[in-house]
Design a protein around this ligand. Sequence first.
Ligand SMILES: [Zn+2]
Length: 546
Amino acid sequence: MGSFAAATLLSSSPSSSPSPHFFSSSFILFHRPLARWLASCFSSSSPVRSYLSSCFVGRGRGHFCVLPGRAFNHLHSAPEEPVVPADASIVSDLLAFLNESWTPFHATAEAKQLLLAAGFQLLREEDEWKLIPGGRYFFTRNMSTIVAFAVGQKYQPGNGFHVIAAHTDSPCPKLKPVSAISKSGFLNVGVQTYGGGLWHTWFDRDLSIAGRVLLKLTDGSLSHRLVKVMRPIMRIPTLAIHLDRSVNTDGFKPNLESHLVPILATQLKSGIATNDVPTKFHHPPLLQLLAEELQCTVEEIADLELNVCDTQPSCLGGAHEEFIFSGRLDNLASSYCALRALLDTSKDPGDLVDETSVRMVALFDNEEVGSDSAQGAGSPTMFQAISRISKVFSGTSLHEGLVERSIRRSFLVSADMAHALHPNYSDRHEDHHQPKLHEGIVIKHNANQRYATTAATAFLFKEVAKARAIPTQNFVVRNDMGCGSTIGPILASGIGIRTVDCGIPQLSMHSVREICGTGDIDISYNHFKAFYELFHSIDCQLVIDG
Ligand SMILES: [Zn+2]
C-alpha cells in the first residue's frame, strides 16, 4: 500500500518501514494535505479515514496534525474501542461519496456498498419478499434508484413509514446514441443536454466519461457494467476573446447543439484522414478507453449510457475550510446525509427495539427532468415498496385499509438542495427569507404547491429539530420570480403522504461546480437522525383530522 510509505516519510518516528508495532505505539505527524490524500485511500467506512479526516475537517489550523498510531490498529487486529466519536463530522465521508458518484449509477452502487457493509440485505423487486421485525433491507431499480429501509421491532402492519427522499441525478451532457463527429481535424463527441444545467460552466473544464455499458461477451453471455474513466479525456473549449470581442458585454450565449461539443482527439493523432466518415457509432479511441477500463474488447461493447463528467475532485475550500467545492451537490449531499442517517440510526441491535414504524430512504433518478420515468419519483416505486412491506407483515389475511392507514400515518421529508443568499445577487431573495450557509436545513414553502410543505408538516419537522437544538431556516421565492420544484409535490400528490420539502443551502446550483457549507452537512445529518428517532413521539401528540 503506497500510502504507508508516504505517511512514514513525514512521521515523527525514525522508523523507515511501518509495522503494526510502529503504528500502535507512536504518534504520527501528518502534513495536512497528505492526511487528506491518505484518507481518500481508505473506504468511506474505514476508521482510519474517519480519524485522518478529523484532522482536516473542522476548525483545526496549521500545516501539520498529529494522529495517534492506534488509529491504524484495525489494519492488523480489531480495534479494542471505537475510534470514531459518535458525533464525528460526516463531511469527509460525503467528499468520498461525491468523488465516487460521478453518475446516478455510481451513486446507487456506492450506496449499495455502504448498505451491504452495514449488514442491510439486498432484495430484488422481482422476488417474493420475506421480512422480519428489526430487519434491514434495500433494493435498486435500474441501478440508478435505491430504496433502503429498517423495520422497527415493534412495527405492526398499518403503522407508518418515516421516509427521507432525495435524488441521485444531476444536470450534465450525455453522449448521443451516435456520438462520433469528425470536424475541422478533430474527433468530437456529440452530446445531448440532460436537465437544466448552467451549460456555460462546462466550458474549459477537464472532462471525462462515466456511466454504464452493456457487454455481449465472446462466450455469448450478457453483462451490465459500470465504468468511469478517471483521467481527463475531453474538453469543450471556449472561443478566444480575440474572436468574440463582445462576449463580456453581450453575454456568453453558446448554441447547445453546435458549441457544446467536447473534443476528444485530433484526427492527426488518431490516424484518421480529414475526409473519413466515422464508421462506428462512437469514436474508436473512446471505445478503446472503455474497453481498457472494463478489461474487455471493443467488439464486446454492445451498448452504452454515458455522462460527461468533470474530473476535478470534490474538496474543502475557503479560508476556514468551511465550504465544499464539488459537482453534483444537488442532490448527492442530501442523498448521502439521508443514507448515513438511516445507517447510523439502525446499526446497533438496540436502535430498532422500540421502533414502531419503518425507517426508509428513497433516492430517485430523473428528478432533473421531471421524475416521469420507471425509476423516477413519478413512478410507483415508493408506493409499491410501502404496499409490499405492509402486506408482508399482515400475513395471509389482508386487513381493511391496510396500506391506506399506513400511508396516512406516514411522513415524507423531501430533501433537495436550497438556494442560499448570494452576496453578489442578494436582490434575488425575498427580504425575510434569505437562507444562510451553516444555519440549518431550509424549509421550502410555496402557496402554489411547487413545494408540498404545509404549516403542519413544517411544524412537525421543526419540532424534531428543536428537540435536539438544531437550527432551521425558511424559504419562499419572490412573487416576481418563478419557483422551482422537486420530488416532494410529486410523491405527495401521487401517494397522498404528508410531506415537508426542505434542503441544504447552497450556491451555484446546477453549475458543474457548486458550493455548500460544511456546517449544514452535519446539521442535516443530525436533523435527519433526529427525524428517525423522534418523529413518532412528536407526531402522535398532534391530531388534525378527526
Ligand atoms: Zn435537486
